[in-house]
Design a binder for this molecule. Structure first.
Ligand code: GLA
Length: 411
């Protein structure tokens, strides 16, 4: 089928917008291969880390045996480089036979048997970013059916090697094709990242109708500089981005790199806190087999997770940028609670930061503040109390603030 016919087909489909899967009422949580394991396909030299069914089975074992699943980390997600270089004789995508000898349906069964879900990667275009077979417009429906027949639960649809016209047709077409399969498959669209991420090139209310989440910006890498640049881009553009998020449709600032090599513990807490504030997917890309106890404690922090997964689904915002390189972030939560993050971008010593809740737009009243990472509670705060927090360089203090008479719901 040529592009013109596909276009006509699209125009003729009744009720042709709307991803109708009821999924991701809160941001997805799980594990994804890319940032940590990239396109390592040499299983002879690197059998433990190469992109193979063993890697995903290992991660499913860890998620189900080390307490992750119970906390909500449920998706095990394959990224690029899983495919064979050729489609099968039936035109279908197929996994590399040496690295996935059991096939994807078998892997899905293994993952489902552990109470987890399987995510997969494809690319709207002539090839994936790493050069594996792409999903051209004529293959969109077939690929959606193939994924559904394997038992896939989530699709990351990248956009390398396609132009803006193909993308504008292909992303909504895949949304419909996933609907047509009848299998609920969460749909992650990389489209905005290929269009500069901002209006007028990106129409976020439209995107919210066809995708469950979307990558807006650059790929994360294993460094604090990368985390900071992503955070800064989302905050600088929060007036355009923040209203786009809500139950069933989320901005995706990319994976959590906590537990790898590039972040100090303070920086790791900062990523966790800020991703929770931003209602971002909590999708780790790390090695769960060798994770340190410190990294695990941060990623398994119940209150940070509870804040991220708050059912109101309101994305937080940067409230203040102080001249002294302290920033304050805020997210409103259910039960009249709020999350605050005090971030230090300083490079000297722990900084004693003073402020009041009134100055952070809180209403008059008495509050308690639970410090998410120290576990201490500060009682008897009124809106006018001047409080002081000590924030480490490139670290955060994160508070869950609730009315004095309220109930602390997260621990
Ligand atoms: C793009 C995406 C990444 C990853 C790679 C794989 O760069 O943004 O998240 O999927 O492709 O090649």
């Amino acid at each position: 089928m040529g592009y013109f016919q596909v276009f006509l087909l699209l125009a003729l489909i009744p009720g042709s917008t709307g991803l109708d899967n009821g999924l991701l009422r809160t941001p997805p949580m799980g594990w994804m291969a890319w940032e940590r394991f990239r396109c390592d396909i040499d299983c002879r030299k690197d059998p433990t880390n190469c992109i193979s069914e063993k890697l995903f089975r290992d991660m499913a074992d860890r998620l189900s045996e080390d307490g992750w699943r119970e906390l909500g980390y449920e998706y095990v997600m394959i990224d690029d480089c899983w495919m064979s270089m050729q489609r099968g004789s039936d035109g279908r995508l197929q996994p590399d036979p040496d690295r996935f000898p059991g096939g994807i349906a078998n892997l899905a069964r293994y993952i489902h048997d552990r109470g987890l879900k399987l995510g997969i990667y494809a690319d709207m275009g002539s090839a994936t970013c790493m050069g594996f077979p792409g999903t051209t417009l004529d293959k969109v429906e077939l690929d959606a059916q193939t994924f559904a027949s394997w038992g896939v639960d989530y699709l990351k649809f990248d956009g390398c090697h396609s132009n803006a016209i193909e993308q504008s047709i292909g992303y909504p077409l895949m949304s419909k094709a996933l609907n047509w399969t009848g299998r609920p498959i969460a749909y992650s669209c990389s489209l905005p990242a290929y269009l500069g991420g901002l209006p007028p090139n990106v129409n976020y209310s439209y995107l919210g109708n066809i995708c469950n989440l979307w990558r807006n910006y650059d790929d994360i890498e294993d460094s604090w500089a990368s985390v900071k640049s992503i955070l800064d881009w989302y905050s600088t553009n929060q007036d355009d981005l923040q209203p786009a998020a809500g139950p069933g449709h989320w901005n995706d600032p990319d994976m959590l790199i906590i537990g790898n090599f590039g972040l100090s513990l303070d920086q790791a807490q900062a990523q966790m806190a800020l991703w929770a504030i931003m209602a971002a997917p909590l999708v780790m890309s790390n090695d769960l087999r060798t994770l340190s106890a410190d990294a695990r404690a941060i990623l398994q922090n119940r209150v940070a997770i509870g804040i991220n997964q708050d059912p109101r689904g309101i994305q937080g915002r940067r409230l203040l940028q102080e001249l002294g390189h302290i920033e304050v972030y805020w997210r409103p939560l259910s039960h009249s609670a709020n999350a605050l993050v005090f971030l230090s971008l300083r490079q000297d010593m722990p900084y004693l930061y003073r402020n009041s809740l009134a100055n952070l737009n809180f209403p008059a009243g008495s509050f308690e503040a639970y410090d998410v990472f120290s576990g201490k509670t500060l009682s008897g705060l009124t809106d006018h109390t001047i409080f002081t927090v000590s924030i480490n360089p490139s670290g955060v203090v994160m508070w869950y603030v609730y009315p004095q008479q309220g109930v602390f719901r997260y621990v």
